[in-house]
Design a protein around this ligand. Structure first.
Ligand code: SIN
Ligand code: FE2
Length: 202
């Protein structure tokens, strides 16, 4: 496995997962999920997304992958990142600055996935990316710095945390599929993934 990959299974208790989900549900009422689409082709993603923080990640046909300070549909500023997530970031990464983006990916059903990609729209690759899984389990695929080459697969369950730091910060990764119905946390099933990132250079 590529250096800098950290896996913290069952980091969040069931109660902590429920509290976090409750907070997110409230936030989504005014900071809603939206449907991103691919640069150039405009093909819709199979996941819905939203962001919290000073920077939110968006993608569409016209503008491609980017960060922006406001929601693409409501045009309002993104809500701030929940305190609980900021303390998880500090506890686990020890990084001296706080994350600027919390990207939320919602995998509704077994058709939702995320192709192999690298997180490369940030200006700061020194900071790690921290990822929290809630709800249905997912098969997370991790490769190396080149698209082709060996990969490993890790089953991520609700409450698990993954960190991509060091060399792994720029590694290819993706979600093959979710195991729909494997968790009771989300009322209608599905999976929420939260990734915390630094965007600007420190
Ligand atoms: C991502 O790479 O942005 C999402 C990974 C995940 O859903 O676990
Ligand atoms: Fe990613």
């Amino acid at each position: 496995m590529i250096p800098g990959f950290e896996y913290h299974p069952e980091y969040l208790s069931r109660k902590e997962q429920e509290n976090l989900l409750g907070e997110i549900r409230e936030m989504i009422k005014t900071n809603p999920l939206f449907q991103p689409s691919m640069p150039k082709t405009g093909k819709p993603f199979s996941v819905a997304m939203t962001s919290f923080g000073s920077h939110g990640w968006v993608s569409d046909k016209a503008g491609g992958y980017r960060y922006q300070s406001s929601h693409p549909v409501t045009k309002r500023s993104w809500l701030p990142i929940p305190e609980k997530l900021l303390s998880i970031w500090s506890d686990l990464t020890g990084y001296p600055e706080l994350p600027e983006c919390c990207l939320l990916n919602y995998y509704k059903d077994e058709k939702a996935k995320m192709g192999l990609h690298r997180d490369q729209d940030e200006q700061d690759f020194n900071a790690p990316v921290l990822s929290i899984s809630l709800g249905d389990s997912a098969l997370f695929r991790l490769g190396g710095l080149k698209r082709k080459g060996p990969t490993t697969s890790t089953k991520l369950n609700s409450g698990d945390i993954v960190i991509l730091g060091g060399e792994a910060r720029n590694a290819y990764h993706g979600i093959d599929h979710i195991l729909y119905g494997s968790s009771q946390l989300l009322k209608n099933g599905g999976r929420i993934n939260l990734t915390l990132r630094r965007v600007t250079r420190s």
